[in-house]
Ligand binder design. Structure first.
Ligand code: ATP
Ligand code: MG
Length: 358
């Protein structure tokens, strides 16, 4: 019988395609540390995100491909991930250790931006990714309440140590300012606060930093989106026409500063009656999808109106943590996976061919 060789293993694995990156997993450099011990083959399969939506499918395909080599006994696949860093953008200083910054925005207030930011962050962290959340809504910081945080961060020299909740590193103006004193920021001051939140907080190594923006698409948001080194933006909208017209402005804002739009989220899409399960489309429905088609940006999905979301927000326990097995948590998880996959694709898309690393 022929010996099993490294080459044969790689040849077999080169039949496995990554559906998002549309290349085989060997040329993408995802197969590492192939070891052959008698009849048994083991290797590491390094995905571009631990939140990969097709993780299980790829694992099965890889295992089956190697099992088909004549003479192979046990196949041991170790699934792993290494999140690619966002491209650097001219004139923007990257944040040390932070691979990808995702801005969550909305044209209109109160559509559920902070809720979406928090639950996407926890859903990403749950997969094993290193995640932070930056509450850049300095006027009305809600993230501390939504994560049940009520403490002052420590400082280290002139740097700030972020607080932690549910495995997320968190920074918010709410930690620094008195809750009952409204803050009045003028443009330049606000800009400097955000710069400090980005560069003076000890974020450590993060795969994703989710930034919750204040509502609207005015100068303030524009200056953040313009100066922040962003991997991309997510736009949250509710389905009614007034919100949708503001969502369009959100699309324009990101386009104007050439920040990729990672997707549109439609929140409060429908109410599922807890008694009979009937769906009622309180704010109409489907508008988020229409906008995404019109502007050719990905649609990340619909989140129902769910009383548990509101309770979780008020009690400091996001629904993804409070009811991880419920349908709404599953929606957030699916969105987080799509988002992560989209970021990986963008980061790797037009890079030079990846060197084979085995
Ligand atoms: N799908 C939902 N079902 C039920 N309640 C929701 C849903 N989404 C958000 N909420 C609730 O609506 C309120 C507003 O949500 P949130 O604070 O996330 O909006 P926002 O867009 O960040 O608002 P702002 O513009 O003030 O920053 C919160 O009380 C939140 O718990
Ligand atoms: Mg908010």
């Amino acid at each position: 019988m022929e010996n099993i060789s490294n080459d044969k293993v790689l040849e077999a694995l080169s039949q496995v395609m990554d559906p998002d990156l549309r290349k085989d997993v060997v040329s993408l450099g995802m197969i590492r540390d192939v070891t052959i011990d008698g009849n048994n083959v083991s290797f590491r399969f390094v995905l571009t995100t631990p939140a990969c939506p097709v993780r299980d499918q790829l694992e099965t395909q890889a295992r089956e491909a190697v099992e088909q080599i004549p003479g192979v006994g046990d196949v041991n696949v170790k699934m792993d991930a290494s999140v690619p860093k966002q491209r650097s953008v001219a004139d923007k200083k990257m944040v040390d250790g932070v691979s990808n910054i995702i801005a969550v925005s909305s044209g209109k207030g109160g559509v559920g931006k902070s809720t979406v930011a928090v639950n996407l962050a926890t859903a990403l962290a749950e997969t094993g990714a290193r995640v932070g959340i930056l509450d850049s809504d300095v006027y009305g910081p809600n993230i501390p309440i939504m994560l049940g945080l009520n403490a002052q961060p420590r400082t280290l020299g002139n740097r700030i140590v972020p607080l932690e909740a549910y495995g997320l590193k968190v920074m918010s103006m709410g930690f620094l300012a008195d809750e009952d004193t409204p803050l009045i920021w003028r443009g330049p001051m606000l800009h400097s606060v955000i710069q400090q939140f980005l560069y003076q907080v000890i974020w450590g190594e993060l795969d994703y930093l989710v930034a919750d923006l204040p509502p609207g698409t005015g100068d303030v948001q524009l200056s953040l989106v313009q100066s922040g080194p962003l991997a991309g933006g997510v736009i949250v909208t509710t389905p009614q026409d007034v919100a949708l017209s503001d969502a369009r402005k959100g699309v324009m804002m990101f386009r104007q500063v050439e920040v990729p739009i990672l997707g549109i989220v439609e929140n409060m899409s429908y109410f599922a009656c807890p008694h009979c399960g009937e769906r009622t489309e309180i704010f109409s429905s489907g508008g988020g999808k229409r906008i995404s088609e019109m502007y050719r940006v990905p649609f990340l999905g619909q989140i129902p109106l769910d009383m548990e979301i509101r309770i979780g927000g008020d009690e400091g326990k996001p629904i993804t943590i409070a009811s991880p097995d419920g349908p709404t948590a599953a929606v957030f998880r699916g969105m987080a996976q799509q988002l992560a996959a989209r970021i990986s694709t963008l980061n790797l898309e037009s890079d030079p061919p990846v060197e084979l690393q085995v």
